[in-house]
Write a protein that binds this ligand. Structure first.
Ligand code: GDP
Ligand code: IMO
Ligand code: MG
Length: 428
């Protein structure tokens, strides 16, 4: 058996899609296990850009199957739209399947997400407004609608009726917004069930059989550890577990089956949405990094906040995930910046120096990152394909990260295109 898990270690958008695409060429299965279409995973094939939201990024070159497992929240309309987009570019999608157990994002989830954010004024989370939080809430409250329910008219109608009773009352009385119609939603979603019925399957059985048969299985995380519902900067987080641990509950595979735990981090840090960001560069340098790194959200188009690499949070993310292989992306974006800074410690509000991440989100705003300075480089590194081709200072940057975290960087990404990688060790 060979299993691979790709997870984000920062605040999302580390380049997980690109890495998943690279690894998926040799995978029999590529599996999404949490999140939904709040994700935006970009893959460049030559000049052609693909942005995957709900489909595993393996869809482009995996010869086996792409699975949307039980832990994902699925907007079936977004799924159909994405399938059509991919097919219109001449790619196949007949190898994409969805778990019968996956929960469905309903129109009222999207409205709730939107109304709540609007209501907050300046203190909103800055969600993607895709209905992710409200859908997971219903799952945990045991009133959610699952993909399997789209295939059973009686169950579906009853569940929509029950849900709309409470949701409509909230829309009308609390938010002072229009209510939704049971019949309209029922007709739309039963039709989606009919359209997707051949793709709705029991994915956990097949995945466990594949593990037993020694197939290559790649689990693709969305979001990242610092947006994790438990270990991120709560409440400025998403509503799922984007950690390696999330694979077990999100795909129905045992912890003992997980082998290669690959953590992806940018050579610097970005964050889209609100919440603390200790190493943020809210200045001209930050703006330069945003422009050079094209740091604009793949799902919402919002400008991403930018900042220095933060090894305090990265160490926390590696610990919770048990990362045994690191990927550093976007090293090319740091070319020409002098000096480079990396945070290794924080100074707390009462002057204490700490090297671990805190659970107190409010205090984090007052923590001052303590930086180490490293010399930069000016050479163009986007055509480097072996580690030795990198300038000495770029290698020092990578080795500083490795030494601090005690984990090897097995892949350095030096550009957005599929082939712009320095692979130091073949994992497959
Ligand atoms: P994901 O959500 O983790 O899959 O990442 P996104 O696709 O949202 O954001 C990463 C962005 O960086 C995308 O636009 C990628 O095309 C781009 N990218 C990935 N790796 C590199 C790299 O090494 N260098 C540069 N310049 N861009 C990269
Ligand atoms: P990928 O997979 C970056 C952020 C939102 C917001 C918070 C909660 O492309 O890395 P949500 O809609 O999930 O309830 O929003 O999480 N967020 C992401 N930020 N990349 C993502 O996904 C994200 N998915 C959600 O901006 O701050
Ligand atoms: Mg993204």
């Amino acid at each position: 058996m060979s299993t691979y898990v790709v997870v984000g270690l920062q605040y999302g958008d580390e380049g997980k899609g690109k890495i998943t695409d690279v690894l998926s060429a040799k995978s029999d299965y590529v599996v999404r296990f949490q999140g939904g279409d709040n994700a935006g995973h970009t893959v460049y094939v030559g000049d052609e850009k693909f942005v995957l939201h709900l489909l595993p990024s393996g869809v482009l070159q995996c010869k086996g199957k792409c699975i949307i497992a039980n832990g994902v929240v699925v907007n079936p309309k977004a799924f159909v739209k994405e399938i059509n987009q991919i097919e219109s570019k001449g790619m196949r999608t007949d190898h994409v399947f969805i778990s019968r157990r996956a929960h469905v994002i309903m129109p009222y989830h999207i409205l709730l997400d939107t109304y709540r954010e609007e209501e907050q004024g300046g203190t909103q989370i800055g969600t993607t407004k895709k209905g992710i939080g409200p859908c997971y809430e219903d799952k945990i409250a045991r009133v959610g609608i699952r993909m399997i329910d789209l295939l059973n008219p009686e169950v579906l109608r009853e569940k929509i009726e029950k849900n709309l009773k409470t949701k409509n009352s909230l829309f009308e009385k609390y938010f002072e917004k229009p209510t939704l119609d049971v019949e309209e939603i029922f007709q739309e979603f039963i039709a989606l069930g009919e359209l997707l019925k051949d793709r709705i399957v029991d994915t956990e059985l097949e995945l466990n059989e594949a593990i037993r048969d020694g197939k290559n299985i790649l689990f693709e995380g969305a979001q990242a550890l610092m947006l994790d519902i438990d270990f991120g900067t709560y409440p400025f987080v998403t509503s799922s577990s984007p950690s390696t641990g999330g694979v077990c509950t999100g795909a129905g595979v045992p912890p003992t089956a997980l082998q290669n735990l690959i953590g992806v981090a940018k050579a610097y840090t970005t964050r889209v949405g609100n919440g603390p960001f200790p190493t943020e560069l809210d200045n001209e340098l930050g703006e330069n990094i945003r422009q050079i790194g094209a740091e604009f959200g793949a799902t919402t188009g919002r400008p991403r906040r930018t900042g220095w690499l933060d090894l305090v949070s990265l160490k926390h993310a590696c610990m919770i995930n048990g990362i045994n292989n690191l990927v550093i992306t976007k090293l090319d974006v740091l070319t020409g910046i002098h000096p480079l800074k990396i945070a290794t410690k924080y100074k707390t509000e009462d002057g204490k120096i700490i090297d671990y991440f805190t659970s107190s989100t409010t205090k984090l705003y007052d923590y001052e990152p303590q930086y180490e300075e490293l010399d930069g480089w000016d050479e163009d590194i986007t055509n480097a394909r072996t580690y030795d081709e990198l300038p000495a200072n770029a290698k020092k940057y990578i080795e500083f990260i490795e030494e601090h975290l005690g984990i090897n960087v097995y892949l350095v990404s030096v550009g957005p295109e599929r082939s712009q990688n320095i692979i130091r060790k073949e994992l497959f």
